[in-house]
Design a protein around this ligand. Sequence first.
Ligand code: MIG
Length: 804
Amino acid sequence: SAKKNESGLFISAQNASCTVQIYSENIFRINIEKGQTASENFSYAVIQTPLKIKFNITEKKDKIEISTGSLKLIISKFPLRFSFYSLCLKSPSKKNNEILLNEDDAFGTSWIGTEVTTYKKLQEGEKFVGLGEKNGNLNRRGEKYTHWNTDQFAYPINHDPLYCSTPFYIGIHNHSSYGIFLDNTHKTEFDFGSSNERFSSFSAANGSMDYYFVHHPSIADIIKSYTWLTGRMELPPSWSLGFQQCRYSYYPESEVLNIAKTFREKDIPCDGIYLDIHYMDEYKVFTWHPSRFPHPEKLITALKKMGFNLIVIIDPGVKREAGYDVYEEGKKQNHFVKFPNGDEYVGQVWPGWSCFPDFTSAKTRKWWGQKIKLLTDAGVEGFWNDMNEPTALGKHLPDLIEFLFEGERANHKKAKNIYGMQMARATFEGAKMGLNKRPFSLTRAGFSGVQRYSAVWTGDNVSSDEHMLAGVRLLNSMGLAGISFCGYDVGGFAGEASPELFARWITIGAFSPLFRCHSMINTRDAEPWSFGEEVEDIARNYIKLRYRLFPYIYSSFYESTQNGVPIQKSLVVDFFDDEKIFHPDFQNQYLFGKNILVAPLESRQEIAKIYLPGEKSSEGNGGWYDFFTDAFYKSGQEIYSAAKKEKLPVFVKSGSIIPMQSCVPDLKKKPLDVLFLHLYLGSDGDFEYYEDDGSTFQYQQENYYKRKITFSQKGKKILFEIPRGKYRSCFKTIKLLLHGFEKTPEVFLVNGQRERAKPESFKFFEPVHHFDYFPKQSEDPMVLENIPALEIENFSEKFEILWK
Ligand code: MIG
């Protein structure tokens, strides 16, 4: 029997009950439980409640139909099965009322012991993508994955599970796509037809079958809906988008200062330096080692003078030691995780036997946040949460330990996957209070929604070519699960990179959201200058390029805070209907921001095979430009491109608008007052430019400079809309560089005024010095000559540029 209510309906079946809730036009929640009661499942991940929208329900003898304008669910009664249909597909190849997903007739949702599983029919040609930090191919068909936050040092590239769990995937078939988010923190499993041709399934070891079905015609919108449900990242401080140098571990303070000085002497931009566990006194969290770091404030002030922020590691384990105030306080105030009989759980981590704060308690998070103040008071602005799977030096904590879980109470089996995210939350919220400006926070473990509190990195990778490319795929996949700010250890954590590998890795890393070098204790030096002068030149070139691209990158981050669309964006987001992008040769390719295509490749490979996606149209001249040479290629073809280590294959889509600035040593410094706007002709395009002070929360009071720029190919027109917001751009002049004219028009009309374009040369890189046999410069100077450029000085009002 079914009962209609405000947000959907409640269904009572023979052995189970089911709540269907309409969250939005495009999101339906299904929650199936044993027994006849509908419980309000508490969720750490979901921050929304159902929108008040209209939906229709019709009930017949054997089925119930429930629909919004976009999505229809047919629930058959005997047996209870769920089928989803699209009502929002419009193009001829994508038909409405076609099945998006239905269930295995025999199995539907069922239990084995406490484990609950939902079986969906494999659709014809169905592909699966996403699931966050998961190894493997872009298309996950034929594989099975587990979500169980795990500390795995030097994980093999097919290893599963890793550190962070986001049980959200996207299914693709029949020119259409949908998303499923299983909101259950227990161990969950996703089987995409791994040993059968009949079903895909998802299951949870315990708790209810609580999932959200999301559907839109585009994957970007599916991610937008998923991040509406689970939240989006807050705008990070601009400095955290610069280059960051890490090491296990830099100490004492003189070494830290030396590293900082070397960056400046060598003219390599950098914004952050990390302290790993050796900065603490006996690895005790919230302490400083007395001889290695006797004057943290002084050190931090000196670093800030040179343009660096300090980021420190924080582990959850609190050393059990009489007289250690953090331990004593935590014990007295009841902050630590306990066994069911009330004894403290004690596990072994870096400081020795340690207790674990219960981050699923609001009181404990607050306490932790106040401790963070000890660090912010010293001037720390970056926080690196490690070991929060949680792990006892790679070992699993006992299942019976207990967590508050916001009053619901839970054992470790239920709390494990959420622990890391709640630690990141405690750290982030404490840091915000302590700093009163945007902190940078990084975490290893997390769960769906972790993006609200922290960036995530992919843990202990290895210095190898295959790991470098596997890492690219990890980030591509994390972006599909709402984690826009993510990164891998450039150069590889475990093992040692060859100069070639380090060079390639840093060029790719320059086009990743979090750009950080890190390496393991007792391995070779791994700073950008540690691999010889040739590699140093390459590293400098690409790090500088990253800094020059800052206006583009920052605008992309801003956009992602608004719609959750990944910054490192797998090609599947824009081109899911194109078979080719799933091909192993091309699956690593991604877009960095809206329009820059990156084609990563192994270090020794000197020729890249690349697929340039997009429709092959006879009309128009849409396509891709080689970023460094301006060579133009039509969409929808495979090409080969020279890819020596100093030239990563990077392309820009026609119709792109890419803003760039002059290079700065660190992003707290203002660039020169010219904003370079590169426009690539060929198709229509637009870009939302975004700027603010880069560090405070003032942008939340409209203290930003936001401006839409649109380009019409047919109309031969570029339009700059009136800037929105109260912030004043730091740029005084726009230099518009027009790429792709076969013949430059004689005159341009800038707001009606006749102007001539001046030929400009644009230099990407300084020559690289090769030292193989004898000193020689790179053959390719990477300068673009004769690009028509227009200089616009007064650009505060709306204006347009026309040509014939
Ligand atoms: O047990 O803090 O993934 O980045 O350097 C190892 C030392 C603990 C693991 C992290 C790694 C970090 C290391 N940590």
